[in-house]
Design a protein around this ligand. Structure first.
Ligand SMILES: [Zn+2]
Length: 557
């Protein structure tokens, strides 16, 4: 206990020192956080020979490249990933434990990770605007929120993305705006949370139908076919690969349609060109909102969501993921050039990471002799339900004990459990013991264990589960599947406490940074406190992220 108090005192003393001595680089005007959705930590090295000078190479050469960054939690999905990068906190702290969760006390209500409040979408016909989107689910402030508190109202904070949760959760509750894509209409939209109507410049962007410029075009390989693919999975030769993947290039966007439709927008989303839309939007945001034009720093997130869609559809060992990645490189190069011309890179902090990695395709790992498999969550729920009925009796009125398996969290129906006169603790323990009997489930932990003292200190996995736990959103049992297991229909899957889901790149380019390639083991939640130090803002020691001191020049530490 004495040690704990001493540590707290030390932290307080340290933050006071930092607050007094840290100074922002006087010329920092804009923080740009680039988040690539599903961009695994081993991609940059594997594809580097195909990168141009001005994209990733520019960040890796002129900035700090952290090759050993791993998310230190188990719920490695998009919502938790963007929230963690946006806040510098773990899901246990910011509360985003999944893309969705179930609140048992509210009759099993499923909550979307940025579905809080009663808002409408802006930028759409009223009949399409009925989804409430907001950052109200976030339990801690984002970097942008804190920048506004520190630098005042002249500091602007914007989030841009294809996915709503990416834009919203990186920007935060005090943001001036978050803009994302609505693939059903092809429009960029926002929420009445940020303002009654869509900003004029976004409306103008929609009116131009910039999104329709790819209609009738094809996605083909950028490089000669012989350069593809980069296979990460050992033993995955072409014979194995072709069994599961038709290698269909070129891919037409909007084939057989006379005008752009939902199918075209879907194809665009699942192509590298979706990211062109986000970069165009980001550049227009900088111009229209005059970001980076005065000495009060602004914040802009640029979240590239197409990589995730391509990755889910074709898997990390595919030509498509490689092609999308090297096109992302060219898109970043063009954006950095533009940023240099318009704002000046010397005035910018550019930080890049990813919300999560991805696992190899389960069918390939099986065929290549590595094991693995695919869970059918519906069948898994039925199996558990049967075991519950056998043990505690069949509930009345078609009620079920098992509410839903949302990997990694299993949710029970608390009303049913109560109605059957079973204690919730007994039910959770029973579910834990039953679920590990299912093939492909390695371990499971009920919430009483996770919440008990000393749980987090037992192993890396235990610590990462504790970092994922935020009651009551986090359900009743944490379920950890075996290596190379997956779920559902998506070809490639992420979402577990696996090294391939957790490993992401971190790149930093800014004044005050020592360029170089670093293999220090870090968590990407350290990005926020590192930026925070570069800006001369006080540390938030109660949050998980620890600054990457080793990349900072002496004057920034
Ligand atoms: Zn995904």
């Amino acid at each position: 206990m004495v040690g704990k108090i001493a540590a707290v005192v030390l932290f307080v003393a340290q933050s006071a020192v930092w607050a007094e001595t840290a100074k922002p680089p006087s010329d920092t005007r804009l923080v740009v956080m680039i988040v690539i959705d599903q961009f695994r930590g081993d991609y940059p090295e594997a594809y580097q020979q195909h990168f141009v000078e001005g994209g990733f190479n520019r960040l890796m050469r002129d900035g700090a490249w952290l090759t050993n960054a791993k998310l230190q939690y188990g719920c490695t999905a998009t919502g938790p990933g963007h929230a963690s990068l946006g806040t510098g906190a773990y899901p246990s702290q910011h509360g985003i434990v999944g893309n969705n969760w179930i609140l048992p006390k509210e009759a099993g209500h499923v909550e979307y990770c940025c579905g809080g409040g009663e808002f409408k979408l802006t930028g759409l016909d009223p009949h399409m605007a009925d989804s409430s989107r907001s950052p109200l689910t976030l339990k801690v402030a984002t970097l942008g929120d804190r920048m506004k508190a520190h630098f005042g109202d002249k500091c602007q904070v914007w989030g841009t993305a294809l996915k709503d949760r990416a834009a919203i959760l990186t920007a935060g509750q005090k943001a001036d705006g978050a803009i994302w894509w609505h693939p059903a209409s092809g429009n960029f939209v926002s929420s009445t949370f940020y303002g009654e109507s869509l900003p004029n410049w976004v409306q103008a962007f929609n009116n131009e139908r910039f999104v329709d410029r790819y209609f009738g075009k094809e996605w083909d390989r950028l490089l000669d076919a012989g350069a593809y693919p980069t296979r990460f999975l050992k033993g995955c030769d072409n014979d194995v690969w072709r069994k599961h993947n038709p290698m269909a290039f070129p891919k037409p966007l909007g084939a057989g349609q006379s005008t752009p439709s939902v199918a075209y927008y879907g194809a665009l989303y699942a192509s590298p060109f979706g990211n062109d839309l986000v970069f165009e939007l980001a550049e227009r945001a900088i111009k229209a909102q005059s970001l980076g034009t005065d000495d009060v720093p602004d914040f802009l997130s640029v979240c590239l969501s197409s990589n995730d869609v391509v990755g889910h559809k074709y898997g990390p060992d595919s030509d498509e993921v490689m092609d999308c990645s090297i096109r992302t490189d060219r898109q970043i190069a063009a954006f950095l050039d533009w940023l240099d011309r318009e704002v000046g890179l010397k005035h910018c902090i550019v930080a890049l990471s990813s919300d999560h990695g991805v696992g190899p395709v389960a069918e390939f790992t099986v065929d290549c002799g590595h094991g693995g498999g695919r869970h059918n969550t519906g069948k898994l729920e039925k199996k558990l339900e049967k075991a519950f009925c056998a043990k505690f009796g069949e509930p009345a009125d078609d009620r079920k004990y098992v509410r839903e398996m949302m990997f990694p969290w299993l949710y029970l129906d608390e009303d049913t459990v109560k109605a059957q006169s079973v204690s919730l603790a007994d039910a959770a323990r029973f579910a834990r013991d039953e679920v590990v009997k299912i093939e492909g489930i390695e371990k499971a932990f009920d919430v009483a264990e996770i919440a008990s003292g000393g749980f987090a200190t037992q192993s890396d996995l235990h610590r990462q589960i504790a970092n994922s736990y935020h009651p009551p959103r986090s359900g009743h049992v944490y379920v950890h599947w075996d290596r190379f297991w997956a779920k559902g229909r998506k070809v490639a899957v992420h979402g577990a406490a696996m090294d391939y889901d957790q490993h992401v790149p971190v790149m930093f380019m800014a004044g005050g940074i020592k360029p170089g390639k670093y293999d220090n083991a870090v968590c990407p939640t350290g990005m926020v406190p590192t930026i925070s130090r570069l800006l001369g803002m006080p540390d938030k020691n109660e949050l998980a992220g620890r600054p990457f001191n080793f990349i900072l020049n002496q004057s920034q530490k």
